[in-house]
Design a protein around this ligand. Structure first.
Ligand code: SAH
Ligand code: SF4
Ligand code: F3S
Length: 468
C-alpha cells in the first residue's frame, strides 16, 4: 500500500496521460447480480461514481436502489469534514448487520477516506467484513480488483501521482447535463484542507482529450457540460505546454454545447482573461462559485488562501461589472483556529458587501495531517455554532433578496426532470443556476424554455410556462 505523501504531492512532475484499453470483463460470477452505490462529497465524487457504475456494470452487475437486495454495496466516501467521516462509519454498522443476514454480500469502500492511511487501517482492523478498500486513483482498475479479489480483505489504495487516465467509461446519471473532468488533485494546500492529500497533486487532462469528450457529448445531444476541478481555474498550469483555463473555456464554448459551467474557482487563479471570455460567450453561464472562506485577511493568511479581503472584494466587483447579470455563490468556514469575534464580523461585512446569491457554510473541522489541525483553537463549539447561525441568517436574507429580483421576469430554464417533491411539477435551472419548479409537460425535459418567475424562496423559484 502506498499512500500520498505531502512532499511527493508537492513535487511537480510531467503529465503522464495513460489511455486505458476498454475490455469486456463480463463474468459469470457477477452476471445479473445487483449493486448498490452510495456517494458522499463533492461533484468530483459524484462523477467518480459514474465511472464506478460503468466499471461494475462492465462486470455484469445491474444497479439497484434498494440496499437490501444488493450483492455488492459500494460506498464512495468523502473526508472533507469529520461529519462526512462519521456518516460512513455509521453506515458501515448497517452493512455489518446486512452481511450477517447475507454472508455472500460484497462490501467495497472507495473515495477520499481510504486515501488516508489511518482510515484504511481503521477499516482493516475494526471492520473485517469489508471486502475491498480502494482509492480515488485506481477507479479505472476497479473491475479487475473485483474480479481478482482472492484474499479475505483486499486493500488497493495507491497514488501514482502523475497519472491521468483517458478512455475511461462513465454511466452518466443524466442525458441532459454532464460532468467533465479537466484536472485531478489540487496544489493549493489550504491549511485546513484534506483534498491535496486524498486526491494528490494537480494533474490536468490534455486539452484535446477534454474537447473530444465534450464534442462527443454534443453529438449525443447533451445540453450542458460542467467542467470539474478542485481548483478548476488553475487548469493547464502543470501541462508540459501550459494552457490557460480561459483558453479551455473558449474552446469548450465553441464546440456548440448550449451551456458551459465550471466549478470550483479559486480567487487567486481568476484572471481578467477568464472574466472577458465568460462575458463574451453567451453559452458560458453567468454563474461563478467563488469560495471566500473568511472575510478576515488575518485568517485568510492562516488558511493559506493567498488573497486578502480587499483583493477578494475587488475581484468580486470586477466580475459584477463586466459579466452581465452574473450570480456569485461562495463557501465560508467559521471558527477557524484563532478566529475572533472581530475576524468573524469581517466575514459578515464581506457578506453584506457582496450580497451573495448563496453560500455553503461550515464550522471548521480539524483534519488529521493538515497544518490547521495543529493550530491552537480555543473557541468553544457553542460560540462557533452561534456564529454559523448568525452567518446563515444573513446569507439566507441575501439569497432571498437576490431571488426576489427574478419575480415577474421571463428567464430561460434548462428543464432537467420531474420534481422530487411534487410529481406534477418539473424543474430546471436558470443560466445563473437558480432552481425553478413549475408545471409543464414532461416532454419539455431536456429543452431550454422561457419560464415566468411567479414566486421566490431562499433556495428556489416557482414559475409558469409562457410562450416566447
Ligand atoms: N476546491 C474547492 C472546494 C473544496 S471543499 C475550493 O477550493 O473551494 C469545499 C468546501 O469545504 C471548501 O470550500 C471549504 O469551505 C470547506 N472545507 C474544506 N475543508 C474544511 C474543513 N477542514 N473544515 C470545514 N470546512 C472545510
Ligand atoms: Fe482544498 Fe484549497 Fe485545494 Fe480547495 S483550493 S481543494 S480548499 S486545498
Ligand atoms: Fe470530499 Fe474528496 Fe470531494 S474529500 S469534497 S469527496 S475531493
Amino acid at each position: 500500500m502506498n499512500l500520498p505523501d505531502m512532499k511527493e504531492a508537492k513535487k511537480r512532475g510531467e503529465n503522464h496521460t495513460k489511455y486505458v484499453r476498454q475490455e469486456n470483463l463480463v463474468s459469470k460470477a457477477f452476471l445479473g447480480k445487483r449493486y448498490f452505490i452510495r456517494t458522499y462529497g463533492c461533484q468530483m465524487n459524484v462523477h467518480d461514481s459514474e465511472e464506478i457504475c460503468a466499471c461494475v456494470e462492465n462486470l455484469g452487475f445491474i444497479k439497484t436502489e434498494d440496499m437490501q437486495e444488493a450483492d455488492l454495496v459500494i460506498l464512495n466516501t468523502c473526508a472533507i469534514r469529520e461529519n462526512a467521516h462519521d456518516k460512513v462509519f455509521g453506515y458501515l454498522g448497517r452493512l455489518k448487520h446486512l452481511k450477517r443476514e447475507k454472508p455472500d454480500l460484497m462490501i467495497a469502500i472507495g473515495g477520499c477516506m481510504p486515501q488516508q492511511e489511518d482510515v484504511t487501517e481503521e477499516i482493516c482492523k475494526h471492520h473485517p467484513y469489508v471486502d475491498l478498500v480502494f482509492g480515488t486513483h485506481n477507479i479505472h482498475d476497479l473491475g479487475r480488483l473485483l474480479l481478482e479479489k482472492k484474499r479475505k480483505q483486499e486493500v488497493d489504495v495507491y497514488s501514482i501521482e502523475g497519472d491521468v487516465y483517458e478512455n475511461v467509461l462513465y454511466k452518466r446519471d443524466s442525458h441532459i447535463t454532464a460532468w467533465v473532468n479537466t484536472m485531478y488533485g489540487c496544489d493549493k494546500f489550504c491549511t485546513y484542507c484534506i483534498v491535496p492529500y486524498t486526491r494528490g497533486r494537480q494533474r490536468s487532462r490534455k486539452m484535446e482529450d477534454i474537447l473530444l469528450e465534450v464534442e462527443d457529448l454534443v453529438k449525443q445531444g447533451y445540453q450542458e457540460v460542467t467542467l470539474l476541478g478542485q481548483n478548476v481555474n488553475a487548469y493547464g498550469k502543470d501541462l508540459e505546454v501550459p494552457v490557460s483555463f480561459a483558453t479551455l473555456l473558449e474552446k469548450v464554448s465553441k464546440t456548440g454545447i448550449s451551456r458551459v459551467r465550471f466549478v470550483t474557482s479559486h480567487p487567486w487563479d481568476f484572471t481578467d482573461e477568464m472574466i472577458d471570455i465568460i462575458a463574451k460567450y453567451d453559452n458560458i453561464m453567468p454563474y461563478i462559485h467563488l469560495p471566500l472562506q473568511s472575510g478576515s485577511s488575518r485568517i485568510l493568511k492562516l488558511m493559506g488562501r493567498r488573497y486578502t479581503k480587499e483583493e477578494y472584494l475587488s475581484l468580486f466587483q470586477k466580475m459584477k461589472e463586466r459579466i452581465s447579470g452574473v450570480a456569485i455563490t461562495t463557501d465560508i468556514i467559521v471558527g477557524f483556529p484563532g478566529e475572533t469575534e472581530s475576524d468573524f464580523e469581517e466575514t459578515l461585512d464581506v457578506v453584506n458587501t457582496c450580497q451573495f446569491d448563496g453560500a455553503y457554510t461550515f464550522i471548521f473541522s480539524p483534519r488529521a495531517g493538515t497544518p490547521a489541525s495543529k493550530m491552537k483553537d480555543e473557541t468553544d463549539l457553542s460560540i462557533k455554532e452561534e456564529r454559523l447561525h448568525r452567518l446563515n441568517e444573513l446569507v439566507n436574507h441575501y439569497s432571498l433578496q437576490n431571488n426576489q429580483a427574478y419575480l415577474g421576469k421571463k428567464v430561460p430554464v434548462l428543464v432537467q426532470g420531474v420534481s422530487e417533491k411534487d410529481p406534477n411539477k418539473i424543474y430546471g435551472y436558470t443560466d445563473t443556476m437558480k432552481l425553478v419548479n413549475f408545471s409543464a409537460s414532461k416532454e419539455m425535459i431536456g429543452r431550454i424554455i422561457p419560464v415566468l418567475i411567479t414566486d421566490a424562496k431562499s433556495f428556489s423559484l416557482d414559475g409558469e410556462i409562457v410562450s416566447d
